[in-house]
Design a protein around this ligand. Structure first.
Ligand SMILES: Nc1nc2c(c(=O)[nH]1)N[C@H]1C(S)=C(S)[C@@H](COP(=O)(O)OP(=O)(O)OC[C@H]3O[C@@H](n4cnc5c(=O)[nH]c(N)nc54)[C@H](O)[C@@H]3O)O[C@H]1N2
Ligand SMILES: Nc1nc2c(c(=O)[nH]1)N[C@H]1C(S)=C(S)[C@@H](COP(=O)(O)OP(=O)(O)OC[C@H]3O[C@@H](n4cnc5c(=O)[nH]c(N)nc54)[C@H](O)[C@@H]3O)O[C@H]1N2
Ligand SMILES: [Mo]
Length: 760
C-alpha cells in the first residue's frame, strides 16, 4: 500500500485485467465455449441488446461490441447452474437468509414456478396455471389502491407496455420503478429546464464535440462501452474534465481490450485531462463556480472590447431567466463555493477556461448528481452551464444522462410511471375501452412508506430485488414480511424472495439472451437506449429450462387471471405474436413508434423525437429555462455535524446493482470483501484509525431511530477529507427513508451523514 494514495490501484481500465475477468466468470458460471460465442451477437443490429447497461448501440459496431461488464452480465444469465424444486427440498428459507447475496444468485437460474409453504418454510413447485389462478383470486379480493406493481428497468418495451396496461385495467397507477431510485431526478429536472425528460445527445455528437464534462458517473464499470467514444475523442485531442470525489480508473486511463496493438504494447489512453476530486454533494457549488467564472470572463471581455464569453444570441432567442441566475452568481462568493465544493477557485477557473475555449460541449452525468437531496438542482445547474454558451441543441453538444438498466428509459416511454399526467390515459381509454385510474400512484419511496405503514397489501415485482435496493432495508424487512401477498417475476434467487409476503410466489422467466419461442416461432423484443434510440433484440441461447415462460406470457397470465375479459385486449394474441404488441404500442404512441415492426431493426436504432435537440423548447415559457439554486449546501436535512463524515455509496467492478458477481473490486484494489469504507488518511488520523481497522457506521440523525452497519473495515484511500465511500447495497441500512431528493424522491444515497465508531 502506498503511504499517500493508500489502496488506490494504478492500472488502466480495460486491458488484460478485463480479459481475465471475462474468462474467469465464463468459467465460474460453467458457460461452454459455444455459448460464450454468443458474446459476438451482443449489441449487434441483428443480435441481442446487452442486459447490463443502457449505453447506446452503434450502427457500425466493433467486431466484439461488448465490454467486461456486459460479458459478466451475459455469463450470469446463460450460466449452466440451475435452481429447481430439489434445491428448496435441501434448503429452508430461514437457512437461505444466512447466505450471502452473491451465493443466492450464484445458485443459478430458477427453473420452475414456486409458492412459499409456511409449514415447511420452503418454496414448493406449483403449476403455472395454479400460480396464475391463485394470484388472480387474491388480487381480485384486494382494493386496487393497496397493490403495487414495481418494475426493475430490464423488461422489454413489449412487456412493460403490457404490464402498465394490466396495472391500469386493474385500477391503479402504482407503477414505481427502479428509475425512482436512479434517474427520476433527470425526469423531473430536464422537462422544467429544456422541455424533454431525457438527454439530447446521440453517439454522433461524440465525433463532433470539442469538450466533455463528466460529473459523477463511473464509466469504466457502469457503461464501459462509452470508453470507446471517450478514447476516440481523446485521440482527437478533445479535453475531458471530470468532477468526482474518487479517481475512478476508467476516468483516468483506458487500454482497449479489443485493440491487439494496445494490448501488446500496453499503451493506455489517458482519459481525463483535468480531474477535480470535489466533495460528495459539492456539484451545485462547483457548477455555480463554473458559471460564475464564465460570467466574470464575460464582464472582463466586455471591458476589453473582446467577444463575449456568453452566447448572447442564443440567450436572447432561446432562453428564459438568465438575469435571475446572473444575479445569484454575482451574490455568491468564491469562498462559499470553495467551501461547499471542496475545490479551489483556481481549479474551477481552469476548468471554466477550457469550457469557454470550446464550441461544442457535452455534459455527462450519473448517480453522483441524481442521488442527492439536491439531485434535481444539480442537474439543472449543469444545464445552466451548458445553456450559457448555447451548448444544447447543436451538433457535438448537449446533456447526456447515463441511464442504468438496459431498458429503464424505455419503460417510461411506454407508460410505466406513477404520474398519471405522463401516461396517455385518454388514448388507452379509447384504444381499450376502459376507464383508466386518474389518481396519482406511488413512487418507490411512497410504496415503501405504504408497506411500512401496512397500507400496501400486495407487491408484484417485474424483476429487481426491491427490498435490498431500497433505503434502510434493515428496517424495511419486518414490514415487508407482513405483506399479505408478494409476487416476483425473476431469473435468479435474491433477498426479496426470502423477505417475502405471507403468500409468496416466484415466477421464473426467460432472459433476453434466450430464444423466446411462441407457437414454434422465435420472437424478438425491443428496448430503448440512453440516447432515446430503439433497438430490436433477438435471443440466441437455448432457454435455461423448458418450464420457463417469457415475461410477456407471465404478465398476460396474471392479467387474464385477475381482470374481467375485455374484448379489446387479446392477451393471448399478443403473446402468440409480439409484433401485435408492437402494433398496439404504435397505435398508442404513433409519433414515436409508427412502423415499429419495420423500424426496430434499423442499425443504430430509430430515435424518438427529442424536441430540445432541435432547439424546440416544450416548456411553459416556450424557452429553455435557467433555474436559480436554493442552496449550495449538500443537504439541509441531514447536515454535516461535528465529527460526522459524508458517506456516498458506490458500485464495484464485481456487481450489477444488488447482483454481486464477486467480492472483488479490482479498480479500487479490494479483494474478497465488500464490507469496507474508503477513508482519507486525514480522517483516519483524526480518529486514530489504522488501515484495516474494524468500525461501525451510524447515521447522524435526530429522529430517534438507530441506523447502523457493523463489521466495516477501513481502507485508506484518496477520498476528499470529510467524505467516505462504501458499497451499495451493504450500506443501505444507513439511508433514512425520508432522505431523498426534493421533487424527485430519489433516495439520497450519495450523501449520508454518519459517525464512525471503532469496533470494541
Ligand atoms: N457493471 C455495472 N453496470 C451498471 C450497474 C452496475 O451495478 N454494474 N448499474 C446500472 C445502473 S441501474 C445504474 S443507475 C448505473 C449507475 O452508474 P453510475 O452513475 O456510475 O453510479 P455509481 O456507481 O453509483 O457511481 C457514480 C459515481 O459518482 C461518484 N460520486 C459519488 N458521489 C458524488 C457526488 O456527490 N458528486 C460527483 N460528481 N460524483 C459523485 C462516485 O465516485 C462514482 O464514480 O450503472 C448501470 N450499469
Ligand atoms: N445505496 C444505494 N442504493 C441504491 C443505489 C445506489 O447507488 N446506492 N442505486 C439505485 C439504483 S440506480 C437502482 S436502478 C436500484 C436497482 O434496483 P433493482 O432494479 O430492483 O435491483 P437489481 O439488483 O437490478 O435486480 C436484480 C434482480 O433482477 C432479476 N432479474 C435479472 N434479470 C432479469 C430479467 O431479465 N427479468 C426479470 N423479470 N428479472 C430479472 C434477478 O432475479 C436479480 O436478482 O437500486 C437503487 N439503490
Ligand atoms: Mo439505476
Amino acid at each position: 500500500m502506498d503511504k499517500e494514495s493508500g489502496h488506490e490501484p494504478k492500472t488502466p481500465a480495460g486491458g488484460w485485467g478485463s480479459l481475465k475477468e471475462v474468462s474467469h466468470i465464463l468459467l465460474e458460471e460453467k458457460v461452454p465455449p459455444q455459448r460464450a460465442a454468443l458474446l459476438l451477437k451482443q449489441n449487434k443490429p441483428d443480435g441481442y441488446a446487452c442486459v447490463s447497461c443502457a449505453w447506446a448501440k452503434p450502427a457500425h459496431p466493433h467486431p466484439a461490441e461488448f465490454c467486461e461488464s456486459g460479458a459478466k452480465a451475459t455469463a450470469w444469465e446463460v450460466t449452466s447452474k440451475r435452481i429447481d424444486a430439489d434445491f428448496f427440498a435441501s434448503h429452508t428459507v430461514r437457512e437461505l437468509e444466512a447466505w450471502h447475496d452473491h451465493d443466492l444468485e450464484a445458485a443459478g437460474r430458477i427453473t420452475v414456478p414456486l409458492r412459499y409453504d409456511a409449514a415447511s418454510d420452503r418454496y414448493l413447485e406449483i403449476s403455472w396455471s395454479q400460480a396464475f389462478s391463485e394470484i388472480g383470486a387474491q388480487l381480485r379480493q384486494l382494493d386496487p389502491k393497496s397493490v403495487v406493481f414495481y418494475s426493475s428497468g430490464r423488461a422489454s418495451l413489449e412487456t412493460s407496455y403490457m404490464y402498465q396496461l394490466f396495472a391500469r385495467m386493474y385500477g391503479n397507477n402504482n407503477l414505481p420503478d427502479s428509475s425512482n431510485m436512479c434517474h427520476e431526478s433527470t425526469s423531473v429536472a430536464l422537462p422544467k429546464s429544456i422541455g424533454v425528460p431525457i438527454g439530447t445527445v446521440v453517439l454522433d455528437d461524440f465525433e463532433k464535440t470539442d469538450c466533455i464534462l463528466f460529473f459523477g458517473q463511473n464509466v469504466g464499470v457502469n457503461s464501459p462501452r462509452m470508453l470507446h467514444q471517450l478514447q476516440e475523442a481523446r485521440k482527437r485531442g478533445v479535453p475531458i474534465i471530470t468532477f468526482n470525489p474518487l479517481r475512478e480508473r476508467g476516468l483516468v486511463s483506458f487500454t482497449n481490450p479489443q485493440s491487439p496493438v494496445e494490448m501488446l504494447t500496453g499503451s493506455e489512453t489517458p482519459i481525463s485531462t483535468q480531474y477535480h476530486q470535489l466533495k460528495a454533494g459539492g456539484d451545485t457549488a462547483a457548477l455555480m463556480g463554473l458559471c460564475k467564472a464564465v460570467l466574470e470572463e464575460d464582464d472582463a471581455a466586455e471591458k476589453r472590447g473582446d467577444p463575449p464569453a456568453l452566447d448572447r444570441a442564443f440567450l436572447a432567442e432561446h432562453t428564459h431567466g438568465f438575469g435571475a441566475l446572473a444575479e445569484k452568481l454575482r451574490a455568491t462568493t468564491w469562498s462559499e463555493i470553495e467551501q461547499e465544493a471542496g475545490l479551489d477557485r483556481a481549479d474551477i477557473r481552469d476548468a471554466a477556461r477550457v469550457y469557454m475555449a470550446s464550441q461544442a460541449v457535452i455534459g455527462i452525468y450519473g448517480m453522483g448528481l441524481t442521488q442527492h437531496r439536491n439531485g434535481v438542482q444539480n442537474i439543472q445547474m449543469l444545464v445552466n452551464l451548458l445553456l450559457m454558451r448555447g451548448n444544447i441543441g447543436k451538433p457535438g453538444a448537449g446533456i447526456c444522462p447515463v441511464r442504468g438498466h438496459s431498458n429503464v428509459q424505455g419503460q417510461r416511454t411506454v407508460g410505466i410511471t406513477e404520474k398519471p399526467e405522463l401516461a396517455p390515459l385518454d388514448k388507452l381509454k379509447a384504444q381499450y375501452g376502459f376507464e383508466p385510474p386518474r389518481e396519482k400512484g406511488l413512487n418507490t419511496v411512497e410504496a415503501c412508506e405504504g408497506i411500512r405503514d401496512g397500507k400496501i397489501k400486495a407487491l408484484v415485482s417485474l424483476g429487481g430485488n426491491l427490498v435490498r435496493a431500497v433505503p434502510e432495508h434493515g428496517l424495511m424487512e419486518a414490514p415487508w414480511r407482513n405483506l399479505p401477498l408478494s409476487v416476483q417475476i425473476s431469473t435468479k434467487l435474491n433477498r426479496s424472495h426470502l423477505v417475502h409476503g405471507q403468500a409468496a410466489y416466484i415466477l421464473p422467466c426467460l432472459g433476453r439472451i434466450e430464444i423466446d419461442r411462441q407457437g414454434g416461432v422465435e420472437q424478438a423484443v425491443s428496448i430503448e437506449d440512453s440516447t432515446g434510440c430503439m433497438h430490436g433484440s433477438r435471443g440466441y441461447a437455448e432457454p435455461a429450462a423448458g418450464t420457463l415462460l417469457s415475461e410477456p406470457a407471465i404478465v398476460a397470465g396474471l392479467a387474464k387471471a385477475t381482470l374481467a375479459p375485455n374484448p379489446k385486449v387479446d392477451w393471448d394474441a399478443w403473446v402468440a405474436d409480439y409484433s401485435r404488441i408492437r402494433d398496439a404500442i404504435a397505435e398508442t404512441y404513433p409519433e414515436i413508434f409508427h412502423d415499429f415492426n419495420q423500424r426496430m431493426w434499423t442499425p443504430g436504432g430509430f430515435r424518438k423525437p427529442v424536441a430540445a435537440a432541435k432547439r424546440e423548447w416544450k416548456t411553459p415559457t416556450g424557452k429553455a429555462n435557467f433555474t436559480v439554486p436554493d442552496s449550495l449546501k449538500v443537504d439541509p436535512d441531514l447536515p454535516d455535524r461535528e465529527g460526522t463524515l459524508r458517506l456516498f455509496t458506490v458500485r464495484s467492478d464485481g456487481q450489477f446493482n444488488t447482483t454481486i458477481y464477486s467480492l472483488d473490486d479490482r479498480f479500487r484494489g479490494v479483494t474478497g470483501d465488500r464490507m469496507v469504507v474508503f477513508m482519507s488518511k486525514a480522517d483516519m488520523d483524526a480518529r486514530g484509525l489504522q488501515d484495516g481497522a474494524k468500525v461501525s457506521a451510524l447515521t447522524a440523525t435526530d429522529d430517534g431511530v438507530e441506523r447502523r452497519v457493523d463489521g466495516l473495515t477501513v481502507m485508506q484511500y484518496p477520498v476528499p477529507r470529510g467524505c467516505i465511500a462504501g458499497y451499495y447495497p451493504e450500506c443501505n441500512p444507513l439511508i433514512p427513508l425520508w432522505h431523498y431528493a426534493k421533487d424527485s424522491h430519489v433516495p439520497a444515497a450519495k450523501s449520508i451523514a454518519v459517525r464512525i465508531e471503532a469496533a470494541q
